[in-house]
Design a protein around this ligand. Structure first.
Ligand code: SF4
Length: 559
């Protein structure tokens, strides 16, 4: 007899143990404690013990967490006012800020740091460490976290999102059950909060089902690629923050580099490439490697050694690209809801605050015993009335300005700053989906410069994948679903030269000789670091990223 599917009812379900969900669960438990205390003294309806579950696809807390990261502690200070005494694992408070404009061999430091890039009062952090620390706090408070449980599909009760089905374990490549087959569990809940990170696969399904993107700008992303390095003593001051623009990108491609000094000689070196680039051979992993070929970065890394690697997409669309964050039975928080300020390239604080506002909405729903769409609409009102809106409104047209190129874009952003976020093209500037900016080979001209790999300072993709610790069960259905392989062989090869070979930072996609001649797509799914770039940037939009069997993916070390 085939194994039966487990059904696990809980009260509240968060999907994705990132900072948004963890802050949401923690805040909800605090709110319920306070509510019950006030009921005990003043009367009213007490809220009974709650089962709050958090699903996490990674094998451990922080294994899939990656960010730059310079963290604004504003939301954390509201969540845990004594966070420093409570052991907040910052690498260092930010001690200095600089912005450099790089040319191929030189460059200059801006005499003043633009206001949105100043980091006084912020912290250099490893998001992985922050997530592990917060997860402990959340579990001490009474929620439970289920690692190796990726959410695969939404479960509905009529129109209401009533739970999440997790991925099966023990299916072979063709989807047939193996000896260890265990169907995914149905985790049902009174309300489901999605905090699954950028380009969430469940979020995508819910946006389509409920039309949550009606009237919004399309989402726009960048791919951030990062390495951590151990540097010789004294090479970089803890808390030093350097941002760069210019080299290796041409002035029509949006993006830039970052270097952050951490504790104990560690440094984060990263590069973000806007996923609205024009040349189909643009390669975010190669841009990071070329960044490391710049003499300024060469001098910094001399004598150091790489420790880890990772990549993720960054939702940069801003205020107008955010989907409606609530629907019958559920809410969107964090990166999957687009909570990121593109002018500061910061989202951890906004994600945490969104989780906290979702928690306040849940408390109201628990009291009213109602999680319908109209009840959860209170979440959007809270966002509108909070500092999330205040911050994101100022940068509402930031990313759109960048379609004028680096210099034109900087001029427009300067004007936006004077006008409180209004652009010279209007108060609300529209945007096109990032992949539509990609030019055909015949129009793009030339190739992109490639780094010279030595696998000591400049790495190929497979060496970077090794440093990410990515591992998947090999005998399982491929989790990258290409809906029309003929397009890869024919139109895409001709028109764009199969750009998946370039935009994937982990060498997942390869075009290989087929038996009868011609080229065919091979998918090396076990290399995947779950960045979602392919789901975003494929020019035909035929790649869908789905969560693999639980525990698969990167094993990030303090990224
Ligand atoms: Fe990222 Fe897609 Fe490559 Fe996986 S296959 S690493 S999600 S681009």
């Amino acid at each position: 007899m085939p194994p039966s599917r487990e059904v696990m009812p809980v009260d509240i379900l968060f999907v994705g143990a990132g900072p948004a969900s963890l802050a949401g669960a923690y805040h909800l438990l605090t709110l319920v404690e306070k509510h019950n205390e006030s009921v005990a003294s003043g009367g009213g309806k007490e809220i009974g013990p709650l089962e709050i579950a958090i699903l996490e696809k990674g094998s451990s807390m922080g294994a899939h967490a990656i960010s730059g990261a310079v963290m604004d502690p504003r939301a954390l200070a509201e969540l845990i006012p004594d966070f420093e005494e409570a052991g907040f694992p910052a690498e260092s408070p930010v001690t200095s800020d600089e912005v450099r404009v790089l040319s191929a061999k030189g460059g200059f430091r801006l005499p003043a740091v633009p206001p949105t890039m100043r980091n006084d009062g912020n912290y250099v952090v490893s998001l992985g460490k922050v997530v592990s620390w917060l997860a402990e706090k959340v579990e001490e408070k009474g929620a439970f976290i289920l690692p190796e449980f990726p959410g695969r599909e939404p479960i509905f009760d009529g129109s209401r999102l009533s739970g999440i089905r997790t991925t099966d374990r023990g299916l072979d490549k063709e989807g047939n059950p193996k000896g260890n087959h265990q169907p995914g569990a149905d985790i049902t809940a009174r309300v489901v909060v999605l905090g699954e990170g950028p380009r969430g696969s469940l979020t995508k399904q819910l946006i389509a089902r409920h039309g949550l993107d009606e009237g919004t700008n399309p989402p726009v992303f960048a791919t951030g690629v990062k390495e951590t390095w151990r540097l010789p003593e004294g090479r970089i001051e803890p808390g030093k923050v350097i941002h760069t623009m210019g080299y290796p990108l041409d002035s029509s491609t949006y993006g830039g580099g970052f270097i952050y000094g951490g504790a104990d000689g560690m440094a984060a070196i990263g590069f973000a490439t806007g996923l609205d680039y024009h040349h189909p051979a643009t390669d975010p992993q190669a841009e990071l490697q070329r960044f490391k070929e710049h003499p300024f970065v060469v001098a910094l890394l001399e004598g150091g050694e790489v420790v880890s690697f990772g990549a993720k997409t960054i939702p940069e669309g801003g205020w107008f690209a955010m989907p409606r964050p609530y629907f019958d039975g559920g809410m969107l928080i964090g990166d999957c809801g687009g909570f990121l300020d593109p002018s500061r390239l910061k989202g951890i604080h906004l994600g945490m605050k969104s989780g906290m506002l979702a928690a306040e909405t849940i408390l109201e729903g628990l009291i009213a015993d109602d999680f319908s769409e109209s009840q959860l609409a209170g979440y959007r009102q809270r966002i509108e009335a909070s500092w999330i809106r205040e911050e994101m409104w100022k940068s509402r047209n930031f990313h759109q300005a960048m379609d004028s190129g680096l210099f034109g874009g900087m001029a427009r952003i300067g004007i936006q700053m004077l006008l409180g976020g209004r652009d010279i093209r209007g108060d609300r500037v529209s945007a096109a989906p990032g992949h539509t900016h990609m030019k055909r080979l015949s129009e793009a001209g030339g190739d992109r410069a490639r780094p010279t790999v030595d696998n000591e300072r400049i790495f190929d993709k497979l060496t970077n994948v090794f440093h990410s610790g990515a591992i998947h069960e090999e005998d399982q259905p491929v989790h990258l679903v290409v809906s029309d392989l003929d397009i890869c062989r024919t139109r895409c090869a001709e028109e764009y030269g199969n750009p998946c070979r370039f935009f994937c930072p982990a060498d997942v996609y390869e075009m290989v000789e087929e038996d009868g001649g011609g080229l065919d797509l091979r998918i090396n799914a076990s290399n995947c670091v779950h960045c979602k770039t392919c789901d975003v940037m494929d020019p035909y939009q035929i790649i869908t990223w789905l969560p693999p069997e639980g525990g698969g993916g990167p094993s990030y070390k303090n990224l």
